[in-house]
Design a protein around this ligand. Structure first.
Ligand code: MLT
Length: 404
């Protein structure tokens, strides 16, 4: 009889957003007359910008012509896209990242789940609590996290770095030294972030203890404050300790299109072994490249027209964030985030748990959010709303919440 990977059996329940989708579907089926407003999963609602659509159309046409048809994409991604990324996301910010240190992929979710494969079976990971569930779940699948305690909501072999109201949602260096540190900044789910000088301290810390930082910068386009780093490579020494994951989902609306990239600097080494070489090997073996049409779409993100259109799109969502934040404050809620990120993190009223508030909001306001406890034990008593809805729906949701 074949054997299964027993680590999967350890995972509690289903993936957070699948659980929410099932609950909402059941409510919707039982209440077909209710107009549900979804501010749960961070999925975009605005159409792809015209400059990007134009580039995609052109690429589609190229695929139908013998001379311009393309088959498999290069392992690392097409040079035109990697050059545009290197120039705009790094060189323009004074960071020395070469095009061949950039690996184009089908999105940051895949990369953030896959990256753990290149580390040893016994490495100890440290995560913020609350945290984007993929980091922990993918390490559980690989057998690194020990056992799950349903009472505490914690894994025995994971280092948790609580991000709470008390510490301003800024993670502190853990007492025990980790091998791999996951940082998502600006943060999902709390919508908060840290200053560049604090990030520099994390880089210094990782270099000092010989840890690697997996830096998820998916929400970078939403940074509005000056003292926040747009990439970890703005910090001195980051190239010897950090891998950066980036997504086109949130800055360019590619959640359904799928495109992302990972930066693995050549200077990042474990002893004599190049981590860059390992990720190249993994990419070459398990991935056949993001589609040409989509990589051309990604290139258009960096065109003048693309940049101008996406600036407007980001502003549209950040206006929603403001609407949510001020609306909730007016309704008496304690609210965080929403300044450098499209997420608003609110304290649930009274002694309501996160899931109790989820049910309350769904049943009474027909608004869907995400329970904070779904992101980790320190998320209990909190709730996340996303600014990625349409403005009309966002305003309507807040009116309903205020009327409760
Ligand atoms: C979220 O809602 O946390 C994100 O949309 C999840 C993701 O980007 O995969």
């Amino acid at each position: 009889m074949f054997q299964i990977n027993e680590n999967y059996q350890k995972l509690p329940g289903s993936y957070l957003f699948s659980t929410i989708a099932k609950k909402v579907a059941a409510f919707s089926q039982a209440n077909p007359d209710k107009q549900i407003i979804r501010l749960g999963i961070g999925d975009v609602t605005q159409p792809i910008a015209p400059a990007i659509i134009e580039a995609m159309h052109k690429a589609v046409d190229e695929m139908g012509v013998q001379e311009t048809f393309r088959g498999y994409a290069p392992d690392l991604g097409y040079e035109f896209l990697r050059n545009a990324i290197a120039k705009n996301d790094y060189e323009a910010r004074g960071c020395d990242i070469a095009a061949d240190e950039i690996f184009v992929s089908d999105g940051a979710k895949s990369d953030s789940g896959n990256i753990q494969e290149i580390f040893g079976a016994d490495v100890k990971i440290a995560v913020c609590d609350p945290v984007y569930p993929v980091y922990v779940d993918s390490n559980v699948m690989a057998g690194r996290c020990g056992d799950y305690d349903a009472n505490t909501g914690m894994w025995s072999n994971v280092i948790y770095m609580p991000c709470t109201k008390e510490n301003g949602f800024v993670p502190e260096f853990p007492k025990e030294n980790p091998d791999v540190i996951y940082l998502c900044l600006p943060n999902n789910p709390t919508g908060t972030t840290i200053t560049k000088s604090r990030l520099q301290e994390w880089v210094d810390y990782a270099n000092r203890i010989g840890a690697v930082i997996i830096y998820d910068g998916a929400y970078e386009a939403y940074i509005s404050e000056d003292d926040v780093a747009h990439t970890i490579y703005e910090c001195e020494g980051a190239k010897t300790c950090a891998i950066e994951l980036k997504s086109f989902s949130k800055n360019a609306g590619f959640t359904g299109v799928r495109l992302g990239y990972t930066v693995v600097p050549k200077e990042l080494k474990c002893g004599d072994v190049s981590v860059h070489g390992m990720w190249a090997r993994r990419h070459g073996t398990k991935f056949n490249g993001a589609p040409y049409i989509i990589q051309r779409a990604g290139e258009a993100v960096y065109s003048d027209a693309g940049k101008a259109q996406l600036k407007e799109q980001v502003a549209y969502y950040m206006n929603n964030a403001k609407t949510i934040k001020t609306g909730l404050q007016e309704a008496g809620y304690e609210v965080f985030g929403g300044v450098n990120a499209p997420y608003i993190w609110l304290k649930t009223p009274g002694k309501m748990t996160s899931w109790e508030f989820f049910d309350y909001l769904l049943e009474n306001a027909n608004v869907v959010g995400t329970p904070g406890s779904g992101f980790g034990p320190s998320g209990e008593g909190y709730f996340r709303l996303t600014a990625f809805g349409s403005h009309k729906n966002t305003v309507a949701a807040l009116e309903r919440i205020k009327a409760l």
